[in-house]
Design a protein. Structure first.
Length: 375
């Protein structure tokens, strides 16, 4: 037997690599002599840089930039001097923001713009930015300020570049010398295909998990639409523009970025199609599988590329409404690692134990099915 283990990260608990190693441990208890290939992936969210950097020969580095609360922070990225990778989550990741401070309309993404400028000045020619896993909903206005853009209200007064002020923007001024700076060729790796605005847009679909109250969603969506009607109307309905709280749109509009489907782009870079053809079973996974997962998240994206006849099994931290649709996207079975009612902190603390146990049980089931098929 040959198992290809290709999970995404389990948000706020396990990296993609850690998840892959734990799943392997569980399977080895049942299939000690099987062949295993670990292929941790990222779809534009947390873990994408780690999944790609080793394959691209990039070295981990860091710079000091403006943080989500205004004070200076150190943000990590990888680079070889000409090509660089960074995750938006490394600066304003949801997992790094305490629950009591989760305010997606108040947090700043200015540091990402500062980092882009710094890398451009150092001669970086290609920059890959994963925009998933963010705790913000600012449409990239903060990042634009970091690049040097200035935003004004109807009275001509300068506005703080945060999501709370999107609806107040009446005009803006581009930075001087940005064209001469020659920004890198920016590839925006999106983990979802959602548009910027509307019922499937950034505020309505992702706002709640970032701390946006339901009563705020309509106004936040309206403000985002107002801002981009002024800045770049064509981007509003583009798939992926809603990723990262609208950062997908921001990087296109202000930094000439190109949106790409996260998981497909990552799988191409990892030569997935060559590696999967010899697998007997493919194991995928993520922190929570629900209806959002069907919008292009890693497990579904992987399943779409697995050749017909190779079973795909998902092991996830938890499942929610819409996870039953997974079978329509090529996932043969979905298993949750949570085996009893528990609060979130307990679930996160027990993530490793629960994942290994569930992996062992899934392996035992696969072995039993194999015995039945031989009868």
């Amino acid at each position: 037997m040959r198992f290809l283990i290709a999970p995404d990260s389990f948000k706020e608990s396990l990296s993609a690599l850690e998840a892959a190693q734990i799943i392997k441990r569980g399977f080895e208890k049942v299939f000690p002599h099987a062949d295993y290939e670990l292929l941790p992936v990222g779809d534009g969210g947390e873990g994408t840089v780690a999944a790609l950097s080793a394959n691209m020969g990039l070295t981990e580095m860091s710079k000091k930039v403006a943080g989500p609360f205004g004070s200076e922070v150190k943000v990590s990225y990888t680079s070889d001097g000409k090509t660089a990778l960074v995750e938006m989550a490394a600066l304003v990741g949801l997992q790094a923001i305490p629950k009591e401070k989760r305010a997606p309309l108040r947090l700043s993404t200015r540091g990402l713009g500062e980092l882009i400028r710094d890398l451009a000045e150092e001669g970086v020619k290609k920059l890959f930015i994963g925009v998933g896993g963010s705790g913000t909903n600012d449409g990239g206005i903060g990042m634009a300020e970091g690049l040097g853009y200035t935003f004004f209200d109807e009275a001509g007064d300068r506005l703080e570049a945060i999501g709370e002020n999107l609806g107040k923007v009446a005009s803006f001024q581009p930075p001087q010398g940005l064209a001469e700076l020659k920004l890198p060729e920016i590839t925006v790796i999106t983990d979802v295909a959602n548009p910027l605005c509307g019922e499937n847009g950034a505020a309505y679909i992702f706002g709640f998990q970032k701390g946006l109250a339901e009563s705020q969603m309509g106004e936040a969506d309206k403000a985002m639409h107002h801002f981009y009607s002024l800045v770049s109307p064509k981007i509003i309905d583009v798939p992926g523009s809603g990723a990262g709280g609208g950062m997908g749109a921001g990087l296109v509009a202000f930094a000439h970025g190109k949106l790409v489907s996260g998981i497909d782009y990552v799988l191409d870079l990892l030569a997935f199609d060559e590696k999967v053809v010899t697998a007997d079973v493919v194991i995928v996974g993520e922190g929570k599988m629900d209806g959002q997962s069907m919008e292009g998240k890693a497990p579904v994206g992987i399943a779409r590329r697995v050749p017909k006849g190779i079973p795909v099994v998902a092991i996830c931290g938890s499942t929610g409404a819409g996870s039953e649709q997974a079978v329509e996207y090529g996932i043969d079975a979905v298993f949750s690692t949570v085996n009893e009612p528990a609060d979130l902190q307990t679930v996160l603390a027990e993530a490793e134990t629960n994942l290994e146990r569930t992996a062992e049980n899934v392996a035992a089931l696969i072995k039993a099915v194999g015995k039945l098929s031989n009868q």
